[in-house]
Structure formats: C-alpha cells, structure tokens
Ligand binder design. Structure first.
Ligand SMILES: Nc1ncnc2c1ncn2[C@@H]1O[C@H](COP(=O)(O)OP(=O)(O)OP(=O)(O)O)[C@@H](O)[C@H]1O
Ligand SMILES: [Mg+2]
Length: 236
C-alpha cells in the first residue's frame, strides 16, 4: 500500500532539558491537504508536538518523516516549504522593524524585488500594519505582534503551515480576517487552539490531547460536539 503521509511522527516523545516531559510517546500521520486542529488543556504538549513535527525540536525517541524521509536530513529544503506561527510572537520577531520582519522571509526565498514589494503592500494592508511598518516589533502590543507574525509567515504562502494559537490575543476584526484567510488556505494546516469554534470553522480533523500528554482521540470535527468528554479532559 502506498503511504500517503506528508508528515509522520513515529513513536515520538519529547523531554525538555530540565527533565519535563513535553509529550509522551505517540504516533501520528498528517496527510497532504489536511487541516488538523490540536486541542487539549494547558501543558498537554500541543506546542511541543507541533515543534517536533515541524523539525524545530528533535524528538527524544522515535522519528519524524516528511514524504518518507527523515526531516532532519532535509531541513533546509523543508524550511522553505513550511511556516510556523509561534504561540509567543516574541520568540519569532527579531528584525529591527515590522517592514524588515515581513521582508525577511521573502529575502530568504529569493523572491524578486517587484513581487516582494507587491506582497509587502498586500499583506501590510490585510493585517493593517501600514501605520506601524517602521516600528520595532518589541514596541508593539500583543495583538499587533501576533498580526506581524502571521503576516510575515503567510506572506510567502508556505505549503505546510503550523499555527500555534493563531487567534489568541487578537481582536474580533483580526480574528475574522485570520479565519477567512485560513479557510481559503490551499495547503496543509496544523494548528492548536483553545477556541472550539475556530477549530470547527477551519479543521477537517481533530486531535485531542490529554493531561497525560498523549493523543487520546483522532477524528472529525464532530468530536468537538462531545461536550462531556471535552469537559472531562479539561478543554471546556
Ligand atoms: N521550555 C520548556 N522547558 C521545560 N518545560 C517546558 C518548556 N516548554 C514547555 N514545557 C512543559 O512541557 C509540557 C508541554 O508544554 P506545551 O507548551 O507543549 O503545552 P501546550 O499544550 O502547548 O499548552 P498551552 O495550552 O498552555 O499552550 C508542559 O508540562 C510544560 O510545562
Ligand atoms: Mg501551547
């Protein structure tokens, strides 16, 4: 049988340097074009699992494959195909101005100047960044930082997109915009959220993690209607 997995985590687990278990041994397959929501209580390992699947953290056990090949062996090629929106924008934002932040990813991908200017205009407009383009990202509000982070990842349309709580900390208008963009996003999406309506609107598959730091359920969005189960796990 042909393996249709885009990303596979096989018997993976992660332990932080201080000895904290990030998540316990699990296997998971993400297929091309899937839109996967990771849900679960605080500290259950959603962020850690996404970072391991994206090749940003090396698993303690097991391995991560992308199209059947070990991700660590092809990390440079993989980086160009992937985007990662971190839960905490401060981890990500390091350029001296918002404009540089947006240009940075385009420079990495050798996108020509005319096209880069076009994209810069387009995405600064979409995320309403025009008035803050010359500001240093660390002098922005939490929601503004998130918008800059999202814009600087979405601007290069990665084929595989990891989003760690994309709608946390943003106002209603921005939230609607993000939902609209993600809804029409053609690539593979893996995102975490505490907002079940966001999961319901965007996802076609739901992975539920528990305080034991494992995936305990893997199914369709109808899983989000299992109120008593979600309450028991601590999601609602
Ligand atoms: N840098 C770190 N060093 C040590 N332990 C960490 C670190 N980051 C996370 N952890 C621990 O790893 C576990 C998983 O954390 P993770 O951030 O992946 O959870 P999460 O499901 O994303 O939670 P949240 O809903 O709060 O974002 C938790 O026990 C957490 O305390
Ligand atoms: Mg998290």
């Amino acid at each position: 049988m042909v393996d249709d997995a885009l990303i596979s985590g096989i018997e993976i687990s992660y332990v932080y340097p201080d000895g904290t278990l990030g998540f316990d041994t699990l296997s998971v397959k993400i297929r091309r074009g899937e839109r996967v929501a990771l849900i679960g209580p605080n500290g259950c390992g959603k962020s850690t699992l996404m970072m391991v699947l994206a090749g940003l953290l090396k698993p303690k056990t097991g391995k991560v494959l992308i199209e059947g090949e070990e991700i660590s062996k092809n990390i440079d090629t993989v980086r160009r195909r992937m985007g990662f929106v971190f839960q905490d924008p401060d981890i990500f934002l390091f350029n001296p101005s918002v404009e540089d932040e947006l240009r940075y990813s385009l420079d990495q991908l050798d996108i020509d100047d005319d096209r880069a200017s076009e994209l810069l205009d387009q995405y600064s407009r979409i995320f309403e960044l025009e008035k803050i383009m010359s500001k240093p990202p660390f002098r922005l509000s939490g929601g503004e930082k998130k918008r800059v982070e999202l814009a600087s990842v979405l601007i290069y349309s990665p084929e595989i997109l990891f989003l760690d709580e994309p709608t946390a900390n943003v106002d209603g208008k921005t939230r609607r915009k993000i939902l609209e963009i993600l809804n029409s996003y053609p690539g593979t999406l893996i995102f975490s959220t505490h907002e079940l309506d966001v999961a319901e609107k965007i996802a076609d598959r739901v992975l539920l993690m528990s305080v034991e730091k494992r995936i305990i359920l893997d199914g369709g969005v109808d899983l989000l209607r299992e109120r008593s189960l979600l309450e028991e796990v601590g999601v609602i």
